[in-house]
Write a protein that binds this ligand. Structure first.
Ligand code: ATP
Ligand code: MG
Length: 422
């Protein structure tokens, strides 16, 4: 057996206790925010059939072509994939359990996603998303609601420096027309296309617009615009979304090149982007996916959703110097002696009955060394039990920041501590 310490998989991070405080605070804030808009939580498995993602996300996309962790179930040969995103699973779950039977659904989920990308700041192989999906809603009101929701979250989190980019992808007829024009245009400039673009020319030319290759920017900038092909209905829908945003003073930029990396989007798409995180500046992205439910085998129903990258959001909060709130601890219990230990345990459990957060010292040691740990723990006060206290069925309570220590009878302990920590 080798002696080298085992390491986590590249691109998959541990979140250590010092940092987890910020995660917990973030998760609480997000949950409150989602509930304030009536969205309900749903939880799906981390593993799904590979075919689900191929069908939902599209065969000719970055994710399906090169980013999925797929494997064969060694017991039965099933083709499985660690979820690279949540929308496909969420739609699968909604259909499997017939949730759209008589009511539309506002849903949210959170958790790990897996993509085999080149790890760098803000881009990992295991990362976390908060996903929000509204299914069974076709109007521009839900598009605007989701965008306005995001703006409220940024305010709640103290995030400034983000801009909203907005576009519409129209419906299938206009996309088909646009696709034909794009192919013709790129065919006329084949010498400028890189290998990836050449490969995608006939399978997914829209994705060429999403290229990050600087040598192709000019070509892409002058490409035929979907905007010029849109149906009246799609234009009206997009106009209505913008009108609601304006009514709520949400500034936005129309970005005709915003196409999103997944195939399933139509009509409204949006991204929230910051310049404070370098190249990985998109903290939240989403759009309408009216065709996806039918594509996965359901009765046609419109839908709209978005996902936030949690690591990027937290990196942004850290940019602002936001530190995790201190570990919540009210009382540190120190004790010495056999009988004292019995009383200390009783005191600790009694306090927890009253909702107090208690750390009971374990592992022995002198009073002095235990008190050092109590001081460093962040607790508001120490509860000290020695032979004297044990004999009197009492404890000594010592405030750790300011105030005098005092003897407190076990029967008074809950009340006394609650006074001290409030
Ligand atoms: P990008 O263009 O940065 O690759 P994407 O279009 O692939 O993003 P989505 O599939 O829309 O991303 O996912 C929504 C959000 O999840 C992104 O805006 C981003 O904040 C976050 N995200 C996506 N991929 C990663 C990753 N590999 N590591 C960390 N966060 C990610
Ligand atoms: Mg990506």
């Amino acid at each position: 057996m080798s002696n080298t310490t085992l390491q986590a998989i590249r691109g998959m991070n541990d979140i250590l206790p010092d940092e987890a405080g910020l995660w917990l605070w973030f998760e609480d804030t997000v949950r409150e925010w989602l509930e304030s808009y009536g969205y309900r939580n749903i939880r799906m498995p981390l593993v799904e059939s590979t075919v689900l993602f191929k069908r939902a996300i599209g065969e000719v996309t970055d994710i399906v072509e090169k980013e999925m962790y797929s494997f064969e179930d060694s017991l039965n040969g099933d083709q499985l994939t660690l979820r690279p995103e949540g929308t496909a699973s969420c739609v699968r779950a909604v259909l499997q359990h017939n949730l759209l039977y008589n009511a539309p659904q506002r849903l949210w989920y959170s958790g790990q996603m897996f993509r085999h990308e080149r790890p760098q700041k803000g881009r990992y192989r295991q990362f976390h998303q908060i996903g929000v999906e509204a299914m069974g809603f076709g109007g521009p009101d839900i598009d605007a609601e989701q965008i306005i929701m995001c703006a409220r979250l940024w305010k709640k989190l103290g995030i400034r420096d983000v801009t909203l980019q907005l576009n519409t992808l129209g419906d299938s007829a206009s996309r088909q027309r646009h696709r034909d024009k794009l192919i013709a245009y790129f065919e006329g400039h084949k010498d400028v296309l890189d290998a990836e673009a050449q490969r995608r020319l006939y399978t997914n030319p829209l994705r060429i617009l999403d290229t990050k290759n600087p040598a192709m920017q000019e070509l892409v900038g002058n490409a035929p615009r979907l905007m010029d092909e849109l149906e009246d209905e799609a234009i009206r829908h997009f106009g209505a979304v913008q009108a609601i945003l304006k009514r709520h003073d949400i500034p936005f930029e129309i970005n005709p090149r915003l196409v999103r990396g997944l195939d399933y989007y139509n009509r409204t798409v949006f991204e929230w982007v910051t310049t404070r995180l370098g190249a990985q500046g998109t903290i939240c992205a989403g759009g309408r996916f009216d065709g996806l439910i039918e594509q996965i085998g359901g009765k046609p129903a419109p839908a709209m959703g978005f996902a936030m990258g949690v690591e990027r959001l937290l990196a942004l909060l850290q940019e602002y110097g936001m530190t995790p709130p201190p570990a919540p601890l009210d009382v540190y219990v120190v004790h010495q002696g056999e009988q004292a230990q019995v009383v200390a345990w009783q005191a600790a459990e009694l306090l927890r009955d009253a909702g107090v957060r208690v750390l009971l010292h374990c592992g022995g040691g002198s009073f002095k060394s235990q008190m050092k740990k109590a001081d460093a723990s962040g607790a508001v006060c120490a509860v000290i039990v020695g032979d004297d206290e044990a004999a009197a069925n009492a404890v000594t309570v010592k405030p750790l920041r300011a105030g005098e220590q005092q003897r407190v009878a076990m029967t008074e302990l809950q009340i006394k501590i609650k006074e001290l920590i409030k």
